[in-house]
Write a protein that binds this ligand. Structure first.
Ligand code: IMP
Length: 431
């Protein structure tokens, strides 16, 4: 990173598609330059894959910054904290030699995701007429409890008796909503709950006020990254509702989800994959035909980091990218997995959607109509050579640069970074 200015102030990293854009790698690269990395929404539904040397780490809740020694990593109030999974992740990182001592903080205002939320997630999916294809991690039910003002927060762990009462109430409600569990499921849930409740004392020392911490860090002139999970098209308000996650994934939620005002945010970097993928149900307007879908999935290794499900693949969708640029107020974009397109003779981008009423250039609110649009594709020549060794834009083949220029022009935000492989070093910084 020699020669590069340190990232100062507060930068939000946000996904601009349906998640899986490669935010983990971008956060990992930028984390080197900052002091604090914080998650502001979502939970263990996220899966951020980071490669360090020959090792692969898949992080679900702890920010990707944890792989840089000495960086402070926070989980903000906007996160739903899966206690059991969180400590599994802590233990797994420690077992692989990552020193976490004094480095992880969790907001006292964060809501707990408990084993009964997973049960309720499954029950809701089984009953739903239009299945969302959730990750099954209990995310929707945990946010429902939060909005329903019956959630349990990290702050509630302080008073053991009150915590016990809240857990009992939560269990009773879960049993009622599930319509009875059956002896085996009840026993399994009781065991999982006992395991979760026993983690109370382990979590308490990590509880902090993330707003105060981030504000103080910024006042000291330190750099802070606020790391989004999932992507803009999965945002509860701005995504393809109801095929979305249950939190606001977009940049404005970073302020609320960590506990600082929006005026503290200085940059918003949107992460876009050089093509599009989607896991779970819901429309994907630029979807490939089955043969190309298979080919890209193999080229890009497009399988869910959390569930292992195959991701559907399609061309870069500039209608969505423009929507993402606007709703997130992007100050720049990071294009990832450019190298995955290296072998293609031609690459296309969707510039609009074709509908019976004419061409549409704004991402629509009507999700079910989105299922019926045809992408208006613009085809560019491929570069048919390897980009993995490029470390500056000048190192790229002319057609790859042309593709990036077109992506930048269509998205309406400047390209700041380009990732050309899974390794930390395989990155182009555009000053
Ligand atoms: P949930 O967040 O588990 O409720 O799932 C809701 C939708 O968001 C489903 O389509 C999931 O596949 C999708 N989703 C949730 N988290 C991620 C992620 O980290 N990457 C990609 N898709 C995700």
């Amino acid at each position: 990173m020699a020669g590069r200015a340190r990232t100062r102030g507060c930068t939000v990293i946000v996904g601009c598609q349906w998640g899986d854009e490669g935010k983990g790698k971008i956060v990992d690269v930028l984390a080197e330059e900052v002091d604090v990395v914080a998650r502001y929404q979502g939970g263990a539904n996220a899966g951020h894959t980071v490669h360090v040397g020959e090792k692969e780490f898949i992080l679900h809740q702890i920010p990707s910054g944890i792989l840089h020694p000495g960086k402070r990593c926070l989980l903000g109030n906007g996160v739903v904290l899966d206690l059991v999974q969180f400590f599994e992740e802590v233990d797994a990182l420690q077992a692989r030699g990552v020193d976490l001592e004094g480095r992880v903080g969790v907001s006292r205002r964060a809501h707990l995701l408990l084993p009964y939320h997973r049960v309720l997630d499954r029950v809701a999916e089984e009953a739903a007429e239009e299945k969302i294809g959730t990750t099954g991690r209990g995310i929707g039910p945990a946010y429902e409890d939060k909005a329903g003002r019956r959630g349990i927060r990290v702050a509630d762990l302080t008073d053991e008796r009150r915590f016990g009462e809240l857990v009992e109430r939560g269990m009773d409600r879960a049993r009622a909503r599930a319509g009875g569990l059956g002896a085996e499921a009840e026993a399994a849930l009781e065991r999982a709950m006992a395991e979760a409740v026993a983690l109370r004392e382990r979590l308490l020392p990590l509880a902090v006020d993330t707003g105060v911490e981030v504000e103080s860090a910024l006042d000291r002139g330190e750099g802070v990254l606020l790391e989004g999970a999932q992507g803009t098209a999965l945002d509860l308000d701005h995504g393809t509702y109801p095929y979305v996650t249950s939190s606001n994934t977009t940049a404005a939620a970073a302020a609320t989800g960590i506990g600082v005002g929006p005026t503290r945010i200085s940059e918003v970097l949107g992460v876009v994959k050089a093509y599009t993928t989607r896991v779970g149900n819901g429309p994907l307007p630029t979807a490939f035909d089955p043969e190309m879908d298979e080919r890209m999935r193999a080229l890009g290794g497009e399988f869910g980091a959390t569930t292992g499900r195959p991701r559907r693949c399609g061309w870069f969708d500039a209608v969505l990218a423009r929507h993402a640029a606007r709703v997130n107020g992007l100050t720049g974009i990071a294009v990832t997995k450019l190298d995955v397109l290296d072998t293609l003779a031609e690459v296309s981008v969707a510039t609009a959607y074709r509908t019976p009423q004419g061409e549409m250039t704004e991402f629509p609110a009507d999700t079910f109509g989105l299922d019926r649009v045809e992408p208006v594709l613009e085809t560019l020549p491929g570069w048919e050579s390897s980009t993995g060794a490029a470390r500056s834009l000048d190192d790229l083949p002319p057609n790859a640069r042309r593709y990036l220029d077109r992506v930048e022009e269509l998205a309406g935000a400047p390209v700041r970074m380009v990732s050309v492989g899974t390794k930390r070093s395989q990155i182009i910084h555009v000053e």
